[in-house]
Design a protein around this ligand. Structure first.
Ligand SMILES: Cc1cc2nc3c(=O)[nH]c(=O)nc-3n(C[C@H](O)[C@H](O)[C@H](O)COP(=O)(O)OP(=O)(O)OC[C@H]3O[C@@H](n4cnc5c(N)ncnc54)[C@H](O)[C@@H]3O)c2cc1C
Length: 515
Protein backbone atom coordinates (compact mmCIF):
# COMPACT_ATOMS: atom_id res chain seq x y z
CA UNK A 1 0.00 0.00 0.00
CA UNK A 2 1.31 3.45 -0.88
CA UNK A 3 1.26 6.20 1.75
CA UNK A 4 -0.38 8.83 -0.45
CA UNK A 5 -2.04 8.65 -3.85
CA UNK A 6 -2.13 12.00 -5.62
CA UNK A 7 -4.71 12.47 -8.35
CA UNK A 8 -3.70 15.13 -10.88
CA UNK A 9 -0.26 16.28 -12.02
CA UNK A 10 -0.93 20.01 -12.16
CA UNK A 11 1.26 22.33 -10.08
CA UNK A 12 -0.55 21.43 -6.85
CA UNK A 13 -0.29 17.66 -7.24
CA UNK A 14 3.35 17.91 -8.31
CA UNK A 15 4.30 20.12 -5.33
CA UNK A 16 2.48 17.80 -2.91
CA UNK A 17 4.38 14.82 -4.34
CA UNK A 18 7.75 16.60 -4.16
CA UNK A 19 7.15 17.49 -0.53
CA UNK A 20 5.94 14.03 0.49
CA UNK A 21 8.88 12.32 -1.15
CA UNK A 22 11.47 14.47 0.60
CA UNK A 23 9.70 13.61 3.87
CA UNK A 24 10.40 9.96 3.13
CA UNK A 25 6.85 8.90 2.26
CA UNK A 26 5.86 6.69 -0.62
CA UNK A 27 3.50 8.24 -3.11
CA UNK A 28 2.07 7.76 -6.57
CA UNK A 29 0.88 10.50 -8.90
CA UNK A 30 -1.71 9.70 -11.55
CA UNK A 31 -2.69 11.98 -14.41
CA UNK A 32 -5.52 11.33 -16.84
CA UNK A 33 -3.95 13.19 -19.76
CA UNK A 34 -1.54 11.30 -22.00
CA UNK A 35 0.88 14.24 -22.03
CA UNK A 36 1.68 17.23 -19.79
CA UNK A 37 -0.61 20.24 -20.00
CA UNK A 38 0.42 23.04 -22.33
CA UNK A 39 -0.60 26.67 -22.32
CA UNK A 40 0.16 29.90 -20.56
CA UNK A 41 -1.98 30.05 -17.48
CA UNK A 42 -0.51 31.32 -14.20
CA UNK A 43 2.42 33.64 -14.85
CA UNK A 44 3.10 35.06 -11.39
CA UNK A 45 4.87 33.04 -8.73
CA UNK A 46 4.20 34.94 -5.54
CA UNK A 47 6.88 35.77 -2.94
CA UNK A 48 5.41 33.16 -0.56
CA UNK A 49 5.37 30.49 -3.26
CA UNK A 50 8.99 31.33 -4.08
CA UNK A 51 9.87 30.58 -0.46
CA UNK A 52 8.09 27.23 -0.83
CA UNK A 53 9.92 26.54 -4.09
CA UNK A 54 13.19 27.28 -2.33
CA UNK A 55 12.32 24.74 0.38
CA UNK A 56 11.38 22.20 -2.31
CA UNK A 57 14.72 22.84 -4.05
CA UNK A 58 13.20 24.02 -7.35
CA UNK A 59 13.48 27.80 -7.14
CA UNK A 60 16.74 28.07 -9.08
CA UNK A 61 15.39 25.92 -11.92
CA UNK A 62 12.15 27.93 -12.13
CA UNK A 63 14.17 31.12 -12.25
CA UNK A 64 15.70 29.96 -15.52
CA UNK A 65 12.42 30.88 -17.24
CA UNK A 66 11.87 34.50 -16.24
CA UNK A 67 9.41 36.61 -18.19
CA UNK A 68 10.02 40.37 -18.26
CA UNK A 69 7.38 42.63 -16.79
CA UNK A 70 6.63 44.66 -19.91
CA UNK A 71 4.97 48.05 -20.27
CA UNK A 72 1.36 47.84 -21.47
CA UNK A 73 0.05 49.76 -24.49
CA UNK A 74 -3.66 50.50 -24.62
CA UNK A 75 -5.33 51.22 -27.97
CA UNK A 76 -8.84 52.04 -29.11
CA UNK A 77 -10.64 49.97 -31.78
CA UNK A 78 -9.16 52.19 -34.50
CA UNK A 79 -5.73 51.14 -33.29
CA UNK A 80 -4.75 54.57 -31.93
CA UNK A 81 -2.51 54.46 -28.86
CA UNK A 82 -4.51 55.86 -25.96
CA UNK A 83 -2.20 55.22 -23.01
CA UNK A 84 1.00 53.44 -22.08
CA UNK A 85 1.61 52.18 -18.56
CA UNK A 86 4.92 51.10 -17.09
CA UNK A 87 4.99 47.98 -14.92
CA UNK A 88 4.95 48.64 -11.20
CA UNK A 89 8.40 49.33 -9.78
CA UNK A 90 9.82 46.28 -8.03
CA UNK A 91 9.55 46.31 -4.24
CA UNK A 92 12.82 46.95 -2.40
CA UNK A 93 14.63 44.03 -0.77
CA UNK A 94 13.87 43.52 2.92
CA UNK A 95 15.76 41.69 5.62
CA UNK A 96 12.70 39.64 6.58
CA UNK A 97 11.54 38.89 3.00
CA UNK A 98 14.04 37.22 0.69
CA UNK A 99 11.79 37.43 -2.39
CA UNK A 100 9.76 40.64 -2.27
CA UNK A 101 8.55 40.54 -5.90
CA UNK A 102 6.47 38.10 -7.92
CA UNK A 103 8.46 35.99 -10.34
CA UNK A 104 6.93 35.96 -13.82
CA UNK A 105 7.12 32.43 -15.23
CA UNK A 106 4.74 30.76 -17.66
CA UNK A 107 2.91 27.92 -15.85
CA UNK A 108 3.89 25.50 -18.60
CA UNK A 109 7.53 26.03 -17.57
CA UNK A 110 6.75 25.92 -13.85
CA UNK A 111 4.92 22.61 -14.29
CA UNK A 112 7.78 21.17 -16.31
CA UNK A 113 10.38 22.11 -13.66
CA UNK A 114 8.23 20.51 -10.95
CA UNK A 115 7.74 17.36 -13.02
CA UNK A 116 11.47 17.02 -13.72
CA UNK A 117 12.33 17.57 -10.05
CA UNK A 118 9.86 14.84 -9.13
CA UNK A 119 11.39 12.50 -11.68
CA UNK A 120 14.82 13.21 -10.19
CA UNK A 121 13.38 12.14 -6.83
CA UNK A 122 12.41 8.83 -8.39
CA UNK A 123 8.69 9.43 -9.01
CA UNK A 124 7.37 9.34 -12.52
CA UNK A 125 3.88 10.69 -13.09
CA UNK A 126 1.62 7.86 -14.32
CA UNK A 127 0.14 9.43 -17.44
CA UNK A 128 -3.11 8.28 -19.14
CA UNK A 129 -4.30 7.09 -15.73
CA UNK A 130 -7.66 8.52 -14.80
CA UNK A 131 -9.14 8.29 -11.32
CA UNK A 132 -12.70 6.98 -11.66
CA UNK A 133 -13.92 6.29 -8.13
CA UNK A 134 -13.09 5.31 -4.56
CA UNK A 135 -14.13 3.43 -1.50
CA UNK A 136 -12.96 4.28 2.00
CA UNK A 137 -12.50 2.35 5.19
CA UNK A 138 -10.88 3.29 8.48
CA UNK A 139 -7.39 2.20 7.32
CA UNK A 140 -7.13 3.23 3.71
CA UNK A 141 -8.64 4.58 0.54
CA UNK A 142 -9.14 2.29 -2.45
CA UNK A 143 -9.11 4.15 -5.74
CA UNK A 144 -10.12 2.81 -9.12
CA UNK A 145 -7.96 3.98 -11.97
CA UNK A 146 -8.58 3.61 -15.66
CA UNK A 147 -5.28 2.97 -17.47
CA UNK A 148 -4.42 1.88 -21.03
CA UNK A 149 -3.91 -1.63 -19.55
CA UNK A 150 -7.38 -1.64 -18.01
CA UNK A 151 -8.89 -0.83 -14.62
CA UNK A 152 -6.61 -0.94 -11.59
CA UNK A 153 -7.26 -0.60 -7.88
CA UNK A 154 -4.75 1.33 -5.82
CA UNK A 155 -4.78 1.28 -2.04
CA UNK A 156 -3.34 4.24 -0.21
CA UNK A 157 -3.41 5.44 3.37
CA UNK A 158 -4.44 8.89 2.12
CA UNK A 159 -5.55 10.37 -1.18
CA UNK A 160 -5.05 13.96 -2.34
CA UNK A 161 -7.46 15.16 -5.02
CA UNK A 162 -5.43 17.74 -6.96
CA UNK A 163 -7.48 17.09 -10.06
CA UNK A 164 -8.60 20.64 -10.82
CA UNK A 165 -11.94 22.41 -11.00
CA UNK A 166 -13.96 19.48 -12.40
CA UNK A 167 -12.59 17.18 -9.68
CA UNK A 168 -13.79 13.61 -9.89
CA UNK A 169 -12.24 13.01 -6.46
CA UNK A 170 -14.44 15.73 -4.98
CA UNK A 171 -17.53 14.15 -6.51
CA UNK A 172 -16.55 10.60 -5.48
CA UNK A 173 -15.86 11.69 -1.90
CA UNK A 174 -19.32 13.28 -1.71
CA UNK A 175 -17.98 16.81 -1.25
CA UNK A 176 -20.03 19.67 -2.66
CA UNK A 177 -19.22 23.03 -4.19
CA UNK A 178 -21.01 26.11 -2.87
CA UNK A 179 -21.57 29.29 -4.86
CA UNK A 180 -23.47 27.58 -7.63
CA UNK A 181 -25.44 30.61 -8.84
CA UNK A 182 -22.49 32.90 -9.12
CA UNK A 183 -21.10 33.52 -12.59
CA UNK A 184 -19.46 36.30 -14.52
CA UNK A 185 -21.50 37.39 -17.54
CA UNK A 186 -18.37 37.64 -19.69
CA UNK A 187 -16.56 34.79 -21.44
CA UNK A 188 -12.81 34.81 -21.92
CA UNK A 189 -11.28 33.18 -24.96
CA UNK A 190 -7.64 32.48 -24.08
CA UNK A 191 -4.99 30.93 -26.27
CA UNK A 192 -1.38 30.71 -27.34
CA UNK A 193 -0.62 31.79 -30.92
CA UNK A 194 2.41 32.99 -32.84
CA UNK A 195 2.00 36.55 -34.12
CA UNK A 196 3.88 38.44 -36.83
CA UNK A 197 3.86 42.20 -37.43
CA UNK A 198 3.73 43.32 -33.80
CA UNK A 199 6.50 44.22 -31.35
CA UNK A 200 7.44 41.91 -28.48
CA UNK A 201 8.46 44.76 -26.17
CA UNK A 202 4.92 45.50 -24.94
CA UNK A 203 1.68 43.95 -23.85
CA UNK A 204 -0.88 45.17 -26.38
CA UNK A 205 -4.44 45.79 -25.21
CA UNK A 206 -7.32 47.01 -27.37
CA UNK A 207 -10.48 48.11 -25.61
CA UNK A 208 -13.95 49.00 -26.77
CA UNK A 209 -17.07 49.79 -24.76
CA UNK A 210 -19.07 47.43 -27.00
CA UNK A 211 -17.01 44.24 -27.01
CA UNK A 212 -14.65 44.61 -24.06
CA UNK A 213 -11.02 43.87 -24.73
CA UNK A 214 -8.52 41.94 -26.81
CA UNK A 215 -4.94 41.51 -25.69
CA UNK A 216 -1.78 40.02 -27.16
CA UNK A 217 1.14 39.54 -24.79
CA UNK A 218 4.48 38.04 -25.84
CA UNK A 219 5.41 34.89 -23.94
CA UNK A 220 9.12 34.26 -23.59
CA UNK A 221 11.15 31.02 -23.84
CA UNK A 222 9.18 30.05 -26.93
CA UNK A 223 7.83 31.77 -30.01
CA UNK A 224 4.32 32.37 -28.75
CA UNK A 225 1.89 34.97 -27.50
CA UNK A 226 -0.92 34.92 -25.00
CA UNK A 227 -4.16 35.92 -26.68
CA UNK A 228 -7.24 36.89 -24.65
CA UNK A 229 -10.56 38.22 -25.99
CA UNK A 230 -13.71 38.91 -24.01
CA UNK A 231 -16.93 37.56 -25.49
CA UNK A 232 -20.57 37.83 -24.54
CA UNK A 233 -21.78 34.73 -22.72
CA UNK A 234 -24.42 34.13 -25.41
CA UNK A 235 -21.59 33.23 -27.82
CA UNK A 236 -20.33 30.29 -25.74
CA UNK A 237 -21.54 27.66 -28.23
CA UNK A 238 -19.95 29.50 -31.19
CA UNK A 239 -16.55 29.43 -29.52
CA UNK A 240 -16.55 25.89 -28.17
CA UNK A 241 -13.88 24.86 -30.68
CA UNK A 242 -12.01 27.99 -31.80
CA UNK A 243 -9.54 27.75 -34.68
CA UNK A 244 -6.77 30.02 -35.85
CA UNK A 245 -9.08 31.06 -38.65
CA UNK A 246 -11.95 32.02 -36.33
CA UNK A 247 -9.61 33.99 -34.06
CA UNK A 248 -8.18 35.85 -37.05
CA UNK A 249 -11.70 36.64 -38.19
CA UNK A 250 -12.59 37.96 -34.74
CA UNK A 251 -9.56 40.25 -34.84
CA UNK A 252 -10.44 41.48 -38.36
CA UNK A 253 -13.99 42.33 -37.31
CA UNK A 254 -13.00 44.02 -34.07
CA UNK A 255 -9.78 45.68 -35.19
CA UNK A 256 -10.02 46.26 -38.97
CA UNK A 257 -6.90 48.43 -39.10
CA UNK A 258 -4.66 45.88 -37.31
CA UNK A 259 -2.09 44.42 -39.70
CA UNK A 260 -0.85 41.27 -38.02
CA UNK A 261 -0.87 37.61 -38.95
CA UNK A 262 -1.37 34.72 -36.57
CA UNK A 263 -0.04 31.17 -36.77
CA UNK A 264 0.22 28.03 -34.62
CA UNK A 265 -2.69 27.98 -32.21
CA UNK A 266 -1.07 25.61 -29.69
CA UNK A 267 -3.55 25.95 -26.81
CA UNK A 268 -6.93 27.52 -26.20
CA UNK A 269 -9.45 27.69 -23.43
CA UNK A 270 -12.85 29.30 -23.16
CA UNK A 271 -13.71 30.14 -19.62
CA UNK A 272 -16.22 32.03 -17.60
CA UNK A 273 -15.24 33.21 -14.15
CA UNK A 274 -17.18 31.36 -11.48
CA UNK A 275 -16.58 31.45 -7.76
CA UNK A 276 -16.94 28.12 -6.03
CA UNK A 277 -15.75 26.66 -2.77
CA UNK A 278 -15.90 23.07 -1.55
CA UNK A 279 -18.08 22.74 1.54
CA UNK A 280 -15.30 20.62 3.09
CA UNK A 281 -11.69 19.98 2.12
CA UNK A 282 -11.69 16.49 3.59
CA UNK A 283 -13.77 13.33 3.70
CA UNK A 284 -12.02 10.73 5.87
CA UNK A 285 -8.67 9.96 4.26
CA UNK A 286 -9.47 11.99 1.13
CA UNK A 287 -8.31 15.60 0.86
CA UNK A 288 -8.86 18.28 -1.77
CA UNK A 289 -6.14 20.79 -2.66
CA UNK A 290 -5.94 23.55 -5.26
CA UNK A 291 -8.62 24.08 -7.90
CA UNK A 292 -10.46 20.94 -6.79
CA UNK A 293 -11.20 22.76 -3.52
CA UNK A 294 -11.83 26.24 -4.87
CA UNK A 295 -12.61 27.70 -8.28
CA UNK A 296 -12.10 31.30 -9.34
CA UNK A 297 -9.68 32.18 -6.56
CA UNK A 298 -7.24 34.88 -7.65
CA UNK A 299 -3.66 33.61 -7.70
CA UNK A 300 -5.22 30.12 -7.86
CA UNK A 301 -1.98 28.28 -8.54
CA UNK A 302 -0.22 29.97 -5.65
CA UNK A 303 -3.07 29.46 -3.22
CA UNK A 304 -3.36 25.84 -4.33
CA UNK A 305 0.34 25.14 -3.81
CA UNK A 306 0.07 26.69 -0.36
CA UNK A 307 -2.93 24.45 0.38
CA UNK A 308 -0.86 21.44 -0.59
CA UNK A 309 2.12 22.36 1.55
CA UNK A 310 -0.15 22.97 4.53
CA UNK A 311 -1.40 19.41 4.16
CA UNK A 312 1.70 17.38 3.30
CA UNK A 313 3.69 17.92 6.49
CA UNK A 314 0.59 17.04 8.51
CA UNK A 315 0.11 13.80 6.56
CA UNK A 316 3.78 12.97 7.11
CA UNK A 317 3.56 13.60 10.86
CA UNK A 318 0.36 11.57 11.25
CA UNK A 319 1.84 8.69 9.26
CA UNK A 320 4.77 8.80 11.70
CA UNK A 321 2.41 8.57 14.67
CA UNK A 322 1.26 12.14 15.46
CA UNK A 323 -2.34 12.49 16.73
CA UNK A 324 -4.74 12.07 13.80
CA UNK A 325 -6.62 15.24 14.84
CA UNK A 326 -3.77 17.17 13.24
CA UNK A 327 -5.35 16.43 9.86
CA UNK A 328 -8.51 18.32 10.85
CA UNK A 329 -6.49 21.52 10.98
CA UNK A 330 -5.90 21.43 7.21
CA UNK A 331 -9.46 22.48 6.41
CA UNK A 332 -9.58 24.69 9.50
CA UNK A 333 -6.58 26.68 8.28
CA UNK A 334 -6.90 26.64 4.51
CA UNK A 335 -10.62 26.88 3.71
CA UNK A 336 -11.01 30.38 5.27
CA UNK A 337 -8.16 31.63 3.06
CA UNK A 338 -9.98 30.69 -0.16
CA UNK A 339 -13.31 31.82 1.31
CA UNK A 340 -11.88 35.24 2.04
CA UNK A 341 -10.41 35.67 -1.44
CA UNK A 342 -13.64 34.55 -3.08
CA UNK A 343 -15.66 36.79 -0.77
CA UNK A 344 -13.56 39.83 -1.55
CA UNK A 345 -13.75 39.13 -5.28
CA UNK A 346 -17.52 38.88 -5.02
CA UNK A 347 -17.69 42.15 -3.13
CA UNK A 348 -15.28 43.91 -5.45
CA UNK A 349 -17.15 42.86 -8.56
CA UNK A 350 -20.43 44.02 -7.01
CA UNK A 351 -22.34 40.92 -7.87
CA UNK A 352 -25.42 41.00 -5.69
CA UNK A 353 -25.66 38.02 -3.40
CA UNK A 354 -29.34 38.63 -2.56
CA UNK A 355 -30.71 35.80 -0.51
CA UNK A 356 -28.56 33.24 -2.34
CA UNK A 357 -27.45 30.95 0.45
CA UNK A 358 -24.52 29.52 -1.50
CA UNK A 359 -23.19 32.96 -2.37
CA UNK A 360 -23.72 34.10 1.21
CA UNK A 361 -21.55 31.29 2.45
CA UNK A 362 -18.79 32.92 0.45
CA UNK A 363 -19.62 36.53 1.32
CA UNK A 364 -19.91 35.60 4.95
CA UNK A 365 -16.20 35.04 4.91
CA UNK A 366 -15.42 38.67 4.16
CA UNK A 367 -15.47 39.65 7.78
CA UNK A 368 -12.97 36.96 8.74
CA UNK A 369 -9.60 37.99 9.93
CA UNK A 370 -6.71 37.60 7.54
CA UNK A 371 -5.07 39.06 4.48
CA UNK A 372 -5.55 36.38 1.88
CA UNK A 373 -5.87 38.91 -0.94
CA UNK A 374 -2.34 40.09 -0.37
CA UNK A 375 -0.77 39.20 -3.76
CA UNK A 376 2.50 38.32 -2.04
CA UNK A 377 0.62 35.97 0.35
CA UNK A 378 3.28 36.77 2.94
CA UNK A 379 0.66 38.05 5.35
CA UNK A 380 -1.55 34.98 5.10
CA UNK A 381 -1.70 33.70 8.67
CA UNK A 382 -3.43 31.12 10.84
CA UNK A 383 -3.76 33.17 14.00
CA UNK A 384 -7.10 31.65 15.01
CA UNK A 385 -5.98 28.08 14.35
CA UNK A 386 -6.05 25.44 17.06
CA UNK A 387 -2.36 24.91 16.23
CA UNK A 388 -1.47 28.50 17.21
CA UNK A 389 -0.49 28.94 20.86
CA UNK A 390 0.39 32.41 22.15
CA UNK A 391 1.79 32.38 25.67
CA UNK A 392 3.90 35.48 25.14
CA UNK A 393 2.07 38.73 24.44
CA UNK A 394 3.47 41.99 23.07
CA UNK A 395 5.55 40.54 20.28
CA UNK A 396 5.45 41.81 16.69
CA UNK A 397 4.65 38.34 15.39
CA UNK A 398 2.09 35.93 16.82
CA UNK A 399 1.50 32.22 16.56
CA UNK A 400 -0.05 31.52 13.16
CA UNK A 401 2.08 34.10 11.31
CA UNK A 402 4.66 33.25 8.69
CA UNK A 403 8.03 33.13 10.46
CA UNK A 404 10.07 36.03 9.02
CA UNK A 405 13.61 35.76 7.71
CA UNK A 406 16.56 37.77 9.09
CA UNK A 407 20.29 38.03 8.38
CA UNK A 408 22.33 36.24 11.04
CA UNK A 409 25.92 35.38 11.77
CA UNK A 410 26.64 31.70 12.38
CA UNK A 411 28.33 31.91 15.75
CA UNK A 412 30.62 28.94 15.38
CA UNK A 413 31.84 29.87 11.90
CA UNK A 414 31.69 33.66 11.97
CA UNK A 415 29.83 33.41 8.69
CA UNK A 416 26.90 35.47 7.39
CA UNK A 417 23.74 33.56 6.60
CA UNK A 418 19.94 33.85 6.55
CA UNK A 419 17.76 32.58 9.36
CA UNK A 420 15.71 30.68 6.73
CA UNK A 421 18.73 28.48 6.04
CA UNK A 422 18.31 27.09 9.58
CA UNK A 423 14.57 26.45 9.38
CA UNK A 424 14.59 22.87 8.09
CA UNK A 425 11.23 22.49 6.39
CA UNK A 426 11.06 18.78 7.14
CA UNK A 427 11.32 19.42 10.90
CA UNK A 428 10.15 21.74 13.67
CA UNK A 429 12.45 24.53 14.84
CA UNK A 430 12.56 26.18 18.23
CA UNK A 431 14.16 29.63 18.25
CA UNK A 432 15.47 30.54 21.67
CA UNK A 433 16.08 34.28 21.85
CA UNK A 434 18.69 34.70 24.57
CA UNK A 435 22.16 36.08 25.10
CA UNK A 436 23.15 33.91 28.04
CA UNK A 437 22.97 30.18 28.70
CA UNK A 438 21.56 27.85 26.10
CA UNK A 439 18.25 26.09 26.67
CA UNK A 440 18.24 22.73 28.44
CA UNK A 441 15.60 20.32 27.10
CA UNK A 442 15.61 17.03 28.98
CA UNK A 443 13.99 14.92 26.26
CA UNK A 444 14.23 16.82 23.01
CA UNK A 445 11.79 15.40 20.43
CA UNK A 446 13.64 13.71 17.60
CA UNK A 447 12.38 16.07 14.88
CA UNK A 448 12.95 19.33 16.74
CA UNK A 449 15.92 21.59 15.99
CA UNK A 450 16.83 24.26 18.53
CA UNK A 451 18.72 27.43 17.62
CA UNK A 452 19.74 30.13 20.04
CA UNK A 453 19.35 33.63 18.60
CA UNK A 454 21.84 35.84 20.41
CA UNK A 455 21.77 39.64 20.38
CA UNK A 456 24.38 41.30 18.18
CA UNK A 457 26.57 42.19 21.14
CA UNK A 458 26.81 38.59 22.42
CA UNK A 459 29.61 36.11 21.78
CA UNK A 460 28.88 32.54 20.67
CA UNK A 461 31.77 31.15 22.76
CA UNK A 462 31.83 27.86 20.89
CA UNK A 463 28.05 27.39 20.97
CA UNK A 464 27.47 25.52 17.70
CA UNK A 465 23.73 26.15 17.87
CA UNK A 466 24.09 29.94 18.14
CA UNK A 467 23.03 32.43 15.48
CA UNK A 468 24.01 36.01 16.17
CA UNK A 469 21.59 38.76 15.27
CA UNK A 470 24.37 41.06 14.08
CA UNK A 471 22.10 43.74 12.62
CA UNK A 472 19.31 43.41 15.18
CA UNK A 473 16.81 42.34 12.50
CA UNK A 474 15.75 39.07 14.12
CA UNK A 475 14.94 40.61 17.53
CA UNK A 476 13.34 43.55 15.66
CA UNK A 477 11.12 41.69 13.21
CA UNK A 478 10.00 39.08 15.76
CA UNK A 479 9.54 41.95 18.25
CA UNK A 480 11.01 39.94 21.10
CA UNK A 481 13.04 40.55 24.21
CA UNK A 482 15.49 37.99 25.52
CA UNK A 483 14.27 34.72 27.04
CA UNK A 484 11.60 34.17 24.42
CA UNK A 485 10.78 30.95 22.62
CA UNK A 486 9.31 30.76 19.11
CA UNK A 487 8.28 27.34 17.83
CA UNK A 488 8.15 27.11 14.03
CA UNK A 489 6.27 24.44 12.05
CA UNK A 490 7.82 22.60 9.11
CA UNK A 491 5.80 24.78 6.71
CA UNK A 492 7.37 27.95 8.10
CA UNK A 493 4.49 29.21 10.25
CA UNK A 494 4.82 30.02 13.94
CA UNK A 495 3.17 27.39 16.14
CA UNK A 496 3.88 28.92 19.56
CA UNK A 497 5.36 31.93 21.30
CA UNK A 498 6.33 31.61 24.95
CA UNK A 499 8.66 32.69 27.69
CA UNK A 500 11.66 30.49 28.30
CA UNK A 501 10.14 29.23 31.55
CA UNK A 502 7.14 27.93 29.57
CA UNK A 503 9.15 25.36 27.65
CA UNK A 504 7.07 22.46 28.95
CA UNK A 505 3.87 24.05 27.57
CA UNK A 506 5.61 24.51 24.22
CA UNK A 507 6.67 20.87 24.19
CA UNK A 508 3.13 19.76 25.08
CA UNK A 509 1.87 21.85 22.18
CA UNK A 510 4.45 20.26 19.91
CA UNK A 511 3.17 16.85 20.97
CA UNK A 512 -0.15 17.67 19.23
CA UNK A 513 1.72 17.87 15.96
CA UNK A 514 4.30 15.14 16.08
CA UNK A 515 4.80 11.57 17.22
C1 LIG B 1 -5.98 31.75 -18.39
C2 LIG B 1 -5.59 31.42 -16.98
C3 LIG B 1 -4.78 32.31 -16.29
C4 LIG B 1 -4.40 32.03 -14.98
N1 LIG B 1 -3.60 32.92 -14.32
C5 LIG B 1 -3.18 32.64 -13.07
C6 LIG B 1 -2.27 33.50 -12.39
O1 LIG B 1 -1.84 34.52 -12.92
N2 LIG B 1 -1.86 33.16 -11.14
C7 LIG B 1 -2.27 32.01 -10.55
O2 LIG B 1 -1.81 31.73 -9.44
N3 LIG B 1 -3.15 31.19 -11.15
C8 LIG B 1 -3.61 31.47 -12.40
N4 LIG B 1 -4.47 30.63 -13.04
C9 LIG B 1 -5.01 29.49 -12.29
C10 LIG B 1 -4.07 28.31 -12.33
O3 LIG B 1 -3.78 27.94 -13.65
C11 LIG B 1 -4.74 27.17 -11.57
O4 LIG B 1 -5.19 27.64 -10.32
C12 LIG B 1 -3.80 25.99 -11.37
O5 LIG B 1 -3.46 25.36 -12.57
C13 LIG B 1 -4.47 24.97 -10.44
O6 LIG B 1 -3.58 23.92 -10.26
P1 LIG B 1 -4.13 22.49 -9.82
O7 LIG B 1 -2.92 21.62 -9.77
O8 LIG B 1 -5.00 22.62 -8.64
O9 LIG B 1 -5.10 22.04 -11.00
P2 LIG B 1 -4.82 21.85 -12.55
O10 LIG B 1 -3.70 22.70 -13.01
O11 LIG B 1 -6.13 22.00 -13.21
O12 LIG B 1 -4.33 20.35 -12.66
C14 LIG B 1 -5.22 19.28 -12.43
C15 LIG B 1 -4.70 18.06 -13.15
O13 LIG B 1 -5.51 16.95 -12.81
C16 LIG B 1 -5.74 16.17 -13.97
N5 LIG B 1 -6.96 15.40 -13.77
C17 LIG B 1 -8.24 15.85 -13.81
N6 LIG B 1 -9.10 14.85 -13.56
C18 LIG B 1 -8.35 13.74 -13.36
C19 LIG B 1 -8.68 12.37 -13.09
N7 LIG B 1 -9.96 11.96 -12.96
N8 LIG B 1 -7.67 11.51 -12.93
C20 LIG B 1 -6.37 11.89 -13.06
N9 LIG B 1 -6.01 13.17 -13.34
C21 LIG B 1 -7.00 14.08 -13.48
C22 LIG B 1 -5.85 17.19 -15.09
O14 LIG B 1 -5.61 16.61 -16.36
C23 LIG B 1 -4.77 18.19 -14.67
O15 LIG B 1 -3.52 17.86 -15.23
C24 LIG B 1 -4.86 30.86 -14.35
C25 LIG B 1 -5.67 29.97 -15.04
C26 LIG B 1 -6.03 30.24 -16.35
C27 LIG B 1 -6.90 29.26 -17.10
Amino acid sequence: MTDVLIVGAGPVGLCCALDLVRRGLSCRVIEKSPRPAVGTRARGISPRTQEIFEALGVLDQVRRFPEPNLPARFYNREGALVRESEPAAPAAARADVPYPNPLMVNQENTDSVLRQALESSGIKVEMSSAFTGLTRNSHCVSATISTPEGLQTVEARYLIGADGGGSKVRESAGLQLTGDQWEDSTLYLVGNVSAQGIDREHWHIWTDPGWGYVTLQPVFHGDTWLFVATLPKEEAADWAAPTLHSIERLLRVRLPSLQISLEHLTWHSLYRRRLRLADHYRAGGVFLAGDSAHIGVEHGMNIGIQDGLNLTWKLAEVLRGAPADLLGTYEEERRPIAAQILGTTLKRDSIPSGENVAAKSITGAIAREGSANDPTQLSVAYRGSSLSLNLKAAMTVAAGDRAPDAPVLVGSRNQCARLFQFLDSTRFTLLHFAGGRSLEIARRPENLDVWQIMPGTARANGNTRALIDIQGHAYGVYGVAEDTLVLIRPDGYIAATAGVNQISAVLSHLALMTA
